[in-house]
Design a protein around this ligand. Structure first.
Ligand code: ATP
Length: 604
């Protein structure tokens, strides 16, 4: 998001306060058209009714002064009717605001999440985008409504102010001027402080995330074990408190500034009021004004001032809301390349087309990193070949898989599947062809049926496919232990959930990948690390059978698994440094052979 200019002039700030109002109103209109129109109509009524009440007040006093009982009673009844109507209008506005707020929050949150779905993996790993997303989500339920409420409030106050101004003008143009001038410094201060408050929160964003993170680590089931056993709780709590204290001090300074400035400015307004009031009272004393006029002008000045004040405080708020909306809109405008608009290139005919996966001079650098994670990789894997990737931690194996599955696009070079660049593939069609299980697979706190079925959502209701996937993933035994079968809630987050062991979760994740029966490229990125040796062997035996005719990539540190592959690639520093079958690589007596011997010795 573009940071607000640190020192824009007042006019620019004022203009900036309303920059996103039209688009927000449009959002509101789209979400709740009828309610918005009604709210606007009620706002106008709420603006006009107090003017009527003030005018009737004058009529009552004049009727009293004229000793007319009938007129007095009549005006009191009119005032009662107006006040009752005003109360009704205000209730209606309150109701509409809460309904519109709920609707708008839901719609905007939906839009934010929909956008999150279209973001690429790199966006989630970019702190600035992640901050933008967090900020957008944090206040989605309150800010847009606040902006609308504030805008309508300003319209209401402007109408009221214009009305009081007109009433007051009948007495003196100077009084109107005094009303405006006495309120001006407040306008400046509000806009300034509003800007400050937002920038404070904006600067804080990364730190605020840290605060949330500390909170999360301290009070979450997944971390509780380590936090207790390593005794890091007090240390983390201490950090949490230190950061929280810093926030508190900043907030306190701002609040004190706001309060003291507000106090000083309200004193100015009070002074202006009493100066005018004295002049009115003297006018009434000398008979230039009726008692009713004195009441009317007094009320007009006072209420006019209040209307002005509420416009001012709305301005400060508007500036903040507007900056929030600008954050939201720029988040929603992040350009994404989700493949939906990718040009669908005509493919050469099936017969003449290369079948397999080709890496051509592929290099990749993670956003914000200097080092290449993959460097000038050339590779061709014909359809049906099984490939194992081995290498030290951080060698680039997972990166290669992420590029192959198009979670990332190469920084340089290209990857072709069946002769067509991955970026030209329709993303859905591409993803349908690839089944993948990562080492950090998800544990959905949902039913077993959903945990498996998510592998192919169109087939979630296909009992045969589900059961085949469960068998292939080796998860039959896991399912057999669940009292509710496929409909058992998994995990501990929700009521009646059954927690699984690490290995059991892994089998469920494997079953999920096997739901993708159409996939002809299968990728297992160390998904068996939590399985015992016997279970891993069983998985790979099955995997081998299933994978017949399909292209497979397996990342593993275990040689009994690796050696089953048709072709082994040894990756180091983002390059393929050795390749061949197990026997060939052992014969080469290079890096692979050394790694193999080391592990074999470990098993002895
Ligand atoms: N999201 C990321 N952002 C920045 N750098 C990353 C990211 N993921 C990985 N890297 C870096 O890229 C390099 C390759 O990492 P990669 O995950 O591909 O290794 P790997 O061979 O799969 O390792 P392991 O066996 O530990 O899983 C490493 O130097 C790592 O620090």
């Amino acid at each position: 998001m573009s940071e607000p200019n640190p020192k824009p002039n007042l006019l620019a700030r004022l203009r900036g306060s309303f920059e996103h109002t039209p688009r927000t109103l449009l959002l509101l209109f789209r979400s709740a058209k009828l309610a918005t129109i009604t709210l606007f109509a009620l706002t106008l009524a709420a603006a006009v009714l107090p003017l009527g009440v003030a005018y009737v007040g004058k009529a009552i006093v004049d009727a009293v002064a004229a000793h007319s009982r009938e007129a007095t009673l009549r005006w009191v009844l009119v005032e009662l009717a107006l006040v009752a109507a005003l109360a009704l209008v205000q209730r209606g506005m309150g109701l509409l605001r809460s309904l519109i707020g709920a609707r708008l929050g839901l719609d905007i949150n939906g839009e934010i999440l929909e956008k999150a779905l279209s973001l690429e993996l790199r966006h989630f790993e970019e702190p600035s985008v992640y901050d933008q997303l967090t900020r957008a989500r944090r206040e989605a339920s309150s800010r847009p409504l606040a902006m609308v409420t504030e805008t309508f409030g300003i319209v209401q106050s402007l109408v009221t102010l214009a009305g009081y101004g007109a009433l007051l003008f009948r007495w003196s143009g100077f009084a109107v001027l005094a009303l405006a001038l006495a309120s001006l410094p407040g306008a400046i201060a509000e806009v300034k402080l509003g800007n400050l408050a937002f920038r404070l929160r904006n600067w804080r964003s990364p730190e605020a995330r840290k605060l949330n993170y500390l909170e999360y680590v301290l009070a979450n089931d997944a971390h509780a074990k380590e936090v207790k056993l390593f005794g890091i709780g007090p240390l983390l709590l201490d950090r949490y408190r230190t950061l929280g204290e810093k926030f508190y001090r900043e907030d306190r300074t701002l609040a004190v500034q706001r309060a003291s400035l507000g106090w000083g400015l309200s004193l100015l307004g009070t002074g202006a009021f009493y100066a005018c009031y004295a002049s009115m009272a003297l006018g009434a004393a000398s008979g230039d004004l009726t008692l009713g006029d004195l009441v009317l002008y007094g009320v007009s000045f006072r209420q006019g001032q209040q209307a002005f004040q509420s416009i001012l405080s709305s301005l400060g708020g508007m500036y903040e809301h507007n900056l929030y909306m600008s954050n939201l809109f720029s988040y929603l405008a992040i350009p994404t390349n989700d493949g939906s608009s990718a040009p669908q290139l005509a493919l050469p005919s099936e017969a003449g087309r290369e079948q397999g996966i080709r890496f051509e001079g592929v290099s990749f650098r993670y956003p914000g990193q200097e080092k290449l994670a993959l460097s000038k990789l050339d590779l061709f894997v014909p359809r049906g070949q099984s490939v194992a990737l081995v290498g030290h931690n951080g060698a680039g194996k997972t990166t290669l898989i992420k590029l192959l599955t198009r979670l990332y696009t190469p920084t340089e070079g290209r990857i072709l599947l069946d002769g067509k660049d991955l970026v030209d593939w329709d993303l859905d069609a591409l993803r349908r062809r690839i089944g993948v299980v990562f080492q950090d697979y998800n544990r959905y706190q949902l039913t077993a049926r959903e945990n498996v079925g998510f592998g192919s959502t169109p087939h979630m209701g296909d009992a045969d496919r589900l059961s085949r996937a469960i068998t292939r993933g080796g998860a039959e035994e896991v399912l057999a232990t669940l009292s509710g079968g496929l409909d058992t809630q998994l995990g501990r987050w929700f009521k009646d959930g059954t927690e699984l062991s690490g290995g059991q979760w892994q089998k469920v994740a494997l079953a999920r990948a096997f739901m993708r029966e159409e996939a002809d490229v299968l990728v297992l990125d160390e998904p068996t690390a939590a399985l015992d040796a016997e279970a891993e062997h069983a998985v790979f035996e099955r995997f081998r059978k299933l994978a017949e005719g399909r292209t497979t990539f397996v990342v593993s540190h275990r040689f009994p698994t690796v050696r089953m592959a048709d072709r082994i690639l040894v990756i180091d520093g983002g390059r393929v440094i050795e390749e061949g079958t197990h026997a060939e690589l052992v014969a080469q007596d290079g890096r692979y052979a050394r790694m193999f011997t080391l592990q074999a010795e470990g098993y002895r």
